[in-house]
Design a protein around this ligand. Structure first.
Ligand SMILES: NC(=O)c1ccc[n+]([C@@H]2O[C@H](COP(=O)([O-])OP(=O)(O)OC[C@H]3O[C@@H](n4cnc5c(N)ncnc54)[C@H](O)[C@@H]3O)[C@@H](O)[C@H]2O)c1
Ligand SMILES: [Fe+2]
Length: 410
């Protein structure tokens, strides 16, 4: 039986709560950033008119990959927007990875039209260019200002992203990667307002993606999942997303590469890339991306190919401090047997990544792209300044990066 007298009076409760709360130290707190809305599935692109009309959008500025536009992949979107009485201006000047020049051209066109919503449509290159111009137009700033780590500009225009590759996850990240051609460097802008408001992920737009691009972009997604899983900033939610993405990619990527018209495999890859995108934008990446950004810019290596060449070597390097995580990755890939100890499972995960890369026919050495030992000192210096190195689980020195570059060139 409770006695009324055993309860504390309100003033005492308030004072105890205040003291307790004041003495709490935030620990293991994590934030999770994602688009307000993501629409996923076969034919989901056909909802775009209705979705944007609900948001009272009047004029869309679509930043589209040139090839994607030529292939006619934007036409259903244009029809849906027209039916919804929404105007659309198309910039289709994104060819390969977005340079400062291309972003500035798109910005000039956006400034001339009266759009209230920017839509990135294509691979990571088109989506990143769209995300950059939406913030730059809102803040009236340059690419240099946008990519300055201290930049805090806010976006006033609406922003949507439609991926046509299953790789970067840019449709659900607060990141935009811009190539400075003169400096042969990639700059990574990370800003809350680079996160799209809306992502539409339709595997039907990916059915015609050629095998080599399917392979390279799929390995980019796998690298996001593996690096975010072992990241020093991982949290339970990002680890769950990353594990599930690893399973999905290991199961579906070979079919997507070898039988591109297979809708279930394309859907599996699109969802896996989406999960991996959410995982890495909230947990960070690691040394594979820190080095890949530099060699990609220096030698013109496609982003996913550069990641694929480096991934097994960086996994071997990081294994020293994350054996149990790599064992869990082997389990997610279905290559861990009960008879194996943790070290054997860890090794099995690296062997399975190597096998997958071979199966899907990606290049295995930086020497295929003309990498030269003479460049490695400078590349290592730049890799150590890349934002991605901060969340790598193992401490890294310049000598370590140079050794990894040499191994990946042999
Ligand atoms: N913002 C992020 O979070 C993030 C994450 C990782 C990488 N990135 C950046 O994204 C860029 C790479 O993006 P990507 O790997 O998607 O490649 P991409 O956008 O450069 O596209 C690769 C090629 O595929 C073609 N293509 C795209 N979709 C197609 C389709 N459906 N059918 C036929 N061809 C198609 C393009 O024309 C292009 O030639 C790099 O600049 C990279 O640094 C950004
Ligand atoms: Fe990537």
């Amino acid at each position: 039986m409770y006695n009324q007298d055993t309860f504390l009076d309100a003033a005492t409760v308030e004072s105890v709560v205040a003291q307790t709360v004041d003495e709490l130290t935030p620990r293991n707190v994590f934030h999770f950033n994602s688009p307000r809305q993501a629409v996923v599935g076969e034919g989901s692109i056909l909802t775009i008119g209705k979705l944007l009309r609900q948001q009272r959008v009047k004029h869309v500025f679509a930043v589209v990959d040139k090839t994607v536009h030529e292939l006619g992949l934007l036409s259903s979107t244009l029809r849906c927007l027209k039916r919804a009485n929404i105007d659309c201006t198309v910039f289709s000047g994104v060819e390969r990875e977005p340079t400062t020049e291309v972003v500035e051209q798109a910005l000039a066109m956006l400034t001339r039209c009266d759009a209230d919503f920017v839509l990135g449509f294509g691979g990571g290159s088109a989506m990143d260019a769209a995300k950059a111009v939406a913030v730059m137009k809102s803040c009236n700033c340059s690419v240099d200002e946008l990519t300055d780590p201290g930049f805090e500009g806010r976006r006033s225009l609406g922003l949507g992203a439609v991926p046509t590759t299953a790789g970067t996850g840019s449709e659900v990240t607060d990141i935009s990667v811009i190539l400075h051609i003169d400096e042969r460097r990639k700059f990574v802008a990370k800003l809350p307002d680079l996160m799209p408001d809306l992502a539409i992920i339709d595997p039907g737009l990916m059915l015609g993606l050629p095998p080599l691009i399917t392979a390279a972009t799929g390995i980019d997604a796998l690298t996001h999942a593996i690096e975010s899983y072992v990241s020093a900033s991982a949290n339970p939610l990002t680890r769950a997303l990353a594990t599930s993405a690893i399973t999905g990619i290991h199961n579906e990527l070979p079919t997507a590469v070898g039988s591109g018209g297979c809708m279930p495999a394309r859907l599996g890859m699109a969802v896996a890339a989406y999960k991996a995108g959410l995982a890495f934008c909230n947990a960070g990446l690691g040394l594979v991306h820190a080095i890949a950004h530099q060699v990609g810019a220096q030698y013109g290596i496609p982003h996913g190919v550069a990641n694929g060449i480096l991934l097994p070597y960086v996994m071997e390097f990081n294994a020293l401090v994350c054996r149990s995580q790599f064992a869990a990755i082997a389990q997610a890939m279905g290559v861990a047997r009960e008879s194996m100890n943790e070290r054997e499972q860890c090794d099995a995960s690296i062997a399975a990544v190597r096998q997958l890369l071979r199966d899907i026919g990606l290049p295995e050495s930086l020497s295929d792209y003309g990498a030269r030992l003479d460049d490695f000192s400078e590349l290592a210096n730049e890799a150590l300044q890349d934002i991605c190195v901060e969340s790598n689980p193992r401490n890294v020195t310049k000598a370590d990066v140079m050794q990894l570059l040499e191994r990946a060139t042999s």
